[in-house]
Each structure stands twice: as C-alpha cells, then as structure tokens.
Design a protein around this ligand. Structure first.
Ligand code: TXA
Ligand code: MG
Length: 358
C-alpha cells in the first residue's frame, strides 16, 4: 500500500542497501539530481539533500514539516571540504576536527556566501559535521556535494535509529532510503558553537563534554541543556525552542536509587502505567521498557529512541522513567528524556532521617 503525499498523489520510497556499492551510487545520483535520500549515520538517520541546491533544501523542510527558522547541519566528506563553506576556521575548530572527525560532533562557524540562507535559516553561521558511518562517508564521496541533513523523523517524533523508523514517519515523502542497519550511537551529535565568544555546548550528544574539555580547555554549557527556556529568553540554537518529542503518555522522570524508584512506583503506579527503566531495575509488575544497564550510558543512548517509539505504540497514558546519570553520553540521554517529559522530574530518594534527639 502506498501512502499519499500532501498533494494526494501516491509515492514510493525506493529501498536501497548501504552494503551494495551500486545502491550507494544510485543514492548519490538521486542527491545530485536534487532529490531527498535518507542516509544512515552513526548517530541517527539523516534526511539528506544537496546543501548547495536551495530547491532541494526547501524540500527537506516540507517533507519533515520542519519550522523554516530551524537551520540544518551540513555533512561533509573530509576536512578539505570545510574551507569553502566557512568565513573563518579558528584554531579551536581545527583542534576539534582533528580530535573528533569523523564522528558525532557538529561545530558551528561563521558561514561563507556559498551556504544558502535556507540551510542556515537566515543565521550568519553554518553547522558542520563529518559523520563516521562508512555508508554516509561513501555516499558523501559519491555525491561530491555537501549534504544538508536533519534527523529523518517527522518534526516532533523521536529521531530514527533504523530504516523502519524513517519509513514509519516519512514513507512516500522522500525518493529513497539507504538502509545501513541500526545506528550505533543512537542519540544525535553534540553541537558546539565557536561562532562567537568562548566555545559553548548547545546540545549534548555522542561526544561527551568531558572529551571536548580535554581538547578545548574551556567549554561553557548552555543552560538550555538541562533547563527549560524562560519566556522571552532567546534560543542560542533555534532547535532549543521547539517542543521536541513528547510522548502521548505523560512522562515523569524519577531520580534516585533503584530502591527509592521501586518504592515510589509501589506507592503511586498502577498496572496500566508504563515504566522506562534500567535492565537491573526489576522484573514483573507494570509495563516495563528497559533502556540499557544503569552503568552503561552508551547502551542507554543506543536504545532510547527505539524505546520511546515503542511506548507511543502501546497507547499508554502514564509512564515513569528512572533518570539516567548525567555522565559521559548519559548527559545527552538525560537531556532528551527531560525534554520528552516536559521537564517533569521528581527526586525520589528518601531524605536522610532526622538525627535522634538525645
Ligand atoms: O547527529 C546529528 O546531528 C543528526 C545526523 C543526521 O547528523 N542530525 C541532526 O540534525 O540531529 P537536526 O536538524 O535534527 O538537529 C540539528 C540541531 C538543531 O537543534 C538546530 O537548531 C541546530 O542543530 N543548528 C543547526 N545549525 C545551527 C546554527 N547555524 N546555529 C545554531 N544551531 C544550529
Ligand atoms: Mg532532529
């Protein structure tokens, strides 16, 4: 069955396989012809178009119903591709590129005139990334142009970490998908701006802040990483101001030990509630969705978006989530969950008992 386009015409998304060189070549030809292709990256799938073709870039915004003032990341194949796209390439950016590219890091720099205003949503800056996924790199090399690509979800859904997730949201709204299996990192890239002032983390992601600090020395962290923007506050990155994925169920983060988490659930949860928890939390009771081991933030990151999609598929009305530690890539996991929960977080550890009066 073919889904319908906005205009009502039936459209089919061609399924291509990343392991087949002729399929990569086919995807690259489609991109050069101005078409949209979903590509695997190590973080999440991207909805790619030729970044230098404003018409192709415009179709990204239409396909995923993205607000036009939210700029896109430009993916490139190699460090040689940076210079034509930027107005400045400061030493800090060169250090980050040497340390983390190819990989899950996006760096924001002043843009050159070559970058269409549609890509940067009118900002004077451009977000750049060299992805590590072999299929993304092969596709970039074969296409021979930089690729603008946001996450390949419908705006407001969890980012896609499998080809099936992309098709669930966008089938019929893009020309082809290059299936490269499951994404290994599972959360989006870390976004750092070097466009003005000292380096600042705008979005936590696959590269943890500790690793960036080891290379940069100083790194500010935008308050928007762990706090809601206040009314009237300007977003440093337009993506911060949009409501991100919010499940149909009311999601609450419960922060505390395993014992405190289970005690809270016994007192407050009912059999119909969903519980998003760690592998070691418990079996039985409630409807349990495990997102990895408590000590393994990389596993949590890899599984998080798939679990969130499963929660939505169950039609739950209330979900309690055991809050991850904010260490390493765990900060990105926490940031995505906090936004999914609309910043609803409860501390459940018992207060230390009051000292006995003697
Ligand atoms: O891992 C990723 O980053 C994935 C894969 C496909 O590369 N892409 C991705 O793109 O997550 P997207 O569009 O879903 O998120 C990009 C974020 C948005 O929050 C956007 O506002 C911000 O980066 N951004 C892009 N260009 C910017 C700029 N010039 N200044 C500030 N923020 C920018
Ligand atoms: Mg996105």
């Amino acid at each position: 069955m073919n889904p319908k386009n906005e205009g009502g015409a039936a459209a089919t998304t061609l399924r291509l396989t990343a392991a087949r060189p002729e399929d990569v070549a086919h995807a690259a030809a489609l991109l050069r012809a101005g078409e949209l292709v979903a590509m695997p990256t190590e973080t999440v799938y991207g909805l790619a178009a030729n970044a230098l073709d404003p018409h192709a870039v415009a179709s990204i915004f239409t396909a995923k119903r993205r607000p036009p003032d939210n700029p896109l990341i430009v993916h490139i194949a190699a460090p040689e591709d940076i210079a034509p796209l930027v107005a400045a390439y400061p030493p800090a950016a060169q250090k980050l590129a040497a340390a983390f590219w190819p990989g899950p890091l996006t760096v924001i720099l002043p843009k050159s005139a070559l970058v269409p205003d549609l890509v940067s949503a009118g900002l004077p800056t451009v977000a750049l990334r060299i992805p590590a996924h072999p299929a993304a790199r092969a596709l970039l090399r074969a296409a021979g142009v930089p690729l603008a690509a946001p996450s390949a979800n419908r705006s407001g859904s969890p980012s896609p970490t499998t080809a099936a997730h992309v098709l669930a949201d966008l089938d019929g709204r893009l020309s082809a998908i290059l299936d490269g299996g499951e994404c290994s990192v599972g959360v989006e890239s870390t976004v750092v701006t070097l466009a003005e002032g000292p380096p600042c983390l705008l979005r936590p992601g696959g590269i943890p802040p500790e690793a960036l600090r080891a290379v940069l020395g100083e790194l500010a962290v935008s308050p928007a990483v762990t706090h809601a923007l206040q009314a009237g506050e300007t977003a440093q990155s337009p993506g911060m101001k949009y409501k991100h994925y919010a499940p149909q169920a009311e999601l609450t983060l419960l922060t505390g030990s395993r014992e405190a988490f289970v005690t809270y659930l016994k007192a407050h949860a009912c059999a119909e509630d969903g519980v998003l928890c760690f592998d070691e939390d418990f079996d039985g009771l409630w409807r349990r969705f495990s997102y990895g081991s408590v000590d393994d933030p990389a596993a949590q990151a890899q599984q998080l978006f798939a679990r969130l999609r499963e929660l939505d598929a169950q039609g739950l009305t209330r979900v309690f989530c055991h809050t991850p530690r904010q260490e390493g890539v765990g900060l990105a996991v926490y940031n995505r969950l906090l936004r999914a929960a609309g910043f609803r977080e409860l501390a459940v550890d018992e207060a230390a008992p009051a000292p006995q009066k003697t």
